[in-house]
Design a protein around this ligand. Structure first.
Ligand code: FES
Length: 213
């Protein structure tokens, strides 16, 4: 876990984990009275909107970098996802919104962005390297796996050494337009960037000599 910056308001606390932020700008666009990078000094002002609004926007942070905490109880305020989803982002990462564990560790925010270009220095998480290397993939799914009935349980995500992300547990796969492609309980998703059947792994990681723990 990278360093966490804490911003305390009258009713809510906002924690910000800089190492996770990939600067999508969702928060600053949605709630500029709270999240404002143009102001000098601190950029998060938890009292700039109603607590429910701060909670809503933190809960939508796609990487889980923003977390909202109830000041009086100290409890996290994000709502559990109604269904586990993995969304492909065009030319970018996978956004996961789920009750999940990543490499055996619980993901308290319920959100994370996972690298699929192969270049992140923060594997398995995205660090925006896809922009540096000009990763190009529209995020459409040409080969949809057959859908299965989903059970209610958590998602396990494991980054296999020099290989794909192994997903075990119920999830709905969304394409880059946000449309549900299939429901599944097991998949190996490419994280080397070289698969010809993205988002799935096709074994190309061996061909390109992908190396990642
Ligand atoms: S991880 Fe990319 S093809 Fe297997």
């Amino acid at each position: 876990m990278s360093r966490i910056h804490r911003y305390t308001g009258e009713e809510v606390i906002v924690d910000f984990e800089l190492g996770r932020c990939i600067h999508t700008g969702d928060c600053t666009r949605d709630l500029p009275t709270v999240f404002d990078t143009k102001r000098t000094g601190r950029w998060v002002h938890p009292d700039g909107a109603e607590p429910e609004e701060v909670e809503r926007v933190c809960g939508q942070c796609p990487t889980g970098a923003l977390r909202c905490i109830d000041k009086s109880s100290g409890d996290p305020m994000h709502a559990a996802p109604q269904q586990n989803t993995i969304q492909i982002i065009a030319d970018g990462p996978l956004y996961v919104h789920a009750d999940m564990q990543v490499n055996g560790e619980s993901e308290a925010s319920g959100r994370t962005a996972l690298c699929r270009c192969g270049a992140s220095r923060l594997m398995p998480r995205c660090d925006n390297s896809h922009r540096e290397i000009g990763f190009c993939d529209a995020g459409q799914v040409s080969l949809a796996m057959p859908s299965t009935e989903l059970e209610e349980r958590a998602l396990s995500i494991r980054a296999l050494a020099d290989g794909p992300l192994l997903i075990e547990g119920p999830f709905t796969l969304l394409d880059a337009k946000g449309e549900a492609v299939c429901k599944s309980s097991k998949a190996a998703l490419c994280r080397c960037g070289a698969s010809k059947m993205k988002p799935y792994c096709d074994g190309s990681h061996d061909r390109v000599g992908f190396r990642a723990k």
